[in-house]
Ligand binder design. Structure first.
Ligand SMILES: Cc1ncc(COP(=O)(O)O)c(C=O)c1O
Length: 382
């Protein structure tokens, strides 16, 4: 299989618009979707159900296949052997978080959130009665982001109960290694805290020297305090299909979640459940090609930023398809707004991630489009 990446032109994408490509003459580099369509195995599985008119409630066997496929994928790719019985289905990762907030941590328990982070995490817990304690991350001399463990410790001591870990990290693109996760676990454990580990970007590790390490798989301590969320929606580019997995790694949570599990699964869609089994079981070759292309884009974007956007900081992400541009040195007060208004390139405003004046740029696009986006952004800065 060879994906024709160049065929995904802006015009072609606007013909069947998604949120990322729904405006004329605007390049979508904001919303976290990829421009590369869908794996043929996933499309075929969903098409079969559509053609058969079989879009009613899923069978227990279909749900079991999705749960087993998720467990199998983690086992094959990371060595985490979690049985399918510990994998629960729900609509999406944000729903998974709300289930955890409602059922697995005490009512009102404050959430510890390293920032920057995925935008909804800054506000969603508050809507469910959980205050958010933000902990700004730190960057080393090379521009590499790390979590501030002293700050996280202080937030737990100030009452925090559940840390949201995003790994691979949106927006900074870190893929944390075992040593970093162990260091974090020591802080969480010392405070009797819990971790919601959002691993939605796990299939998208770009740095060939890194591997995704599921937080709950690190040791018995992390398994005992973690609750993991996963989905095919980023790696296989089907966020509209609505099926995510909540993975429970300890007996106490398993017992507490048991009465909720049926209702959680009811929120997943039948096409999403079918696609989940197909992607995890058979979508490996498509994913490998996409990851290879994204790796090239991440390097190419570094060259483009150096040439087109002087003064902008770029650290090549280890995972995801998101670049976290340090645009604090640019003249416009609000760089993301400026690029939208003047270059017609839509990015994500760092302020929404908890870091004003930074800009998140989604580079999951055909390389000619990437060239065009950076040329436009460079032009308006000159
Ligand atoms: C880190 C992260 N978590 C969660 C989500 C949302 O996932 P879902 O659509 O499954 O709620 C996204 C979407 O971009 C994301 O990047």
């Amino acid at each position: 299989m060879t994906i024709d990446f160049d065929s995904f032109t802006p015009d072609a994408l606007r013909r069947h618009p998604t949120e990322k490509w729904c405006e004329p003459d605007v390049i979508g580099a904001g919303v976290a979707e990829m421009d590369f369509g869908v794996a043929p195995e996933v499309a075929a599985a969903v098409r079969t159900a559509v053609d058969a008119g079989a879009l009613a409630y899923p069978t227990p066997r279909q749900e079991e296949a999705a749960r087993a496929a998720c467990a199998g994928w983690f086992g094959r790719t990371t060595g985490w052997e979690i049985g399918p019985g510990r994998v629960h289905l729900t609509a999406d990762v944000l729903t998974a978080l709300t289930l955890v907030l409602d059922h697995l941590v005490p009512a009102g328990a404050p959430v510890v959130l390293p920032v920057p982070n995925y935008m909804p995490f800054l506000s969603l817990p508050e809507l469910f009665g959980h205050p958010v304690l933000r902990v700004p991350g730190i960057t080393d001399a090379a521009g590499r982001y790390t979590m501030d463990l002293d700050g996280i410790d202080a937030a737990f001591r100030a009452g925090g109960r559940l840390l949201i870990l995003c790994n691979p990290h949106n927006p900074v693109g870190r893929v944390y290694d075992r040593a970093e996760l162990l260091a974090l676990a020591a802080v969480v454990d010392a405070n009797g805290g819990r971790v919601f580990s959002d691993e939605i970007h796990a299939p998208l590790v770009l740095d060939p020297t890194r591997r995704h390490v599921p937080y709950a798989a690190v040791d018995d301590v992390t398994a005992g305090h973690a609750i993991t969320a996963a989905a095919i929606s980023k790696g296989w580019n089907v966020p509209g299909l609505k099926c995510a997995q909540l993975i429970i790694s300890n007996d106490a949570d398993a017992a507490r979640f048991a009465p909720v599990a049926r209702f959680a699964a009811h929120q997943a869609s039948t096409p999403g459940i079918i696609a989940t089994a197909a992607a995890y079981d058979d979508g490996g070759p498509w994913l490998a090609e996409v990851v290879e292309y994204l790796r090239g884009n991440a390097a190419h974007l570094g060259d483009l930023v150096r040439r087109q956007l002087p003064g902008v900081g770029y650290w090549q992400p280890e995972g995801t398809y998101l670049a976290w541009l340090d645009t604090r040195g640019l003249a416009p007060e609000d760089p993301s707004r400026f690029f939208a208004d003047h270059a017609r390139v839509l990015t994500t405003n760092g302020a929404a991630c908890g870091a004003p004046r930074f800009t998140r740029f989604n580079f999951a696009m055909a390389r000619p489009t990437l060239d065009q986006a950076l040329a436009r952004m460079g032009e308006v800065l000159r």
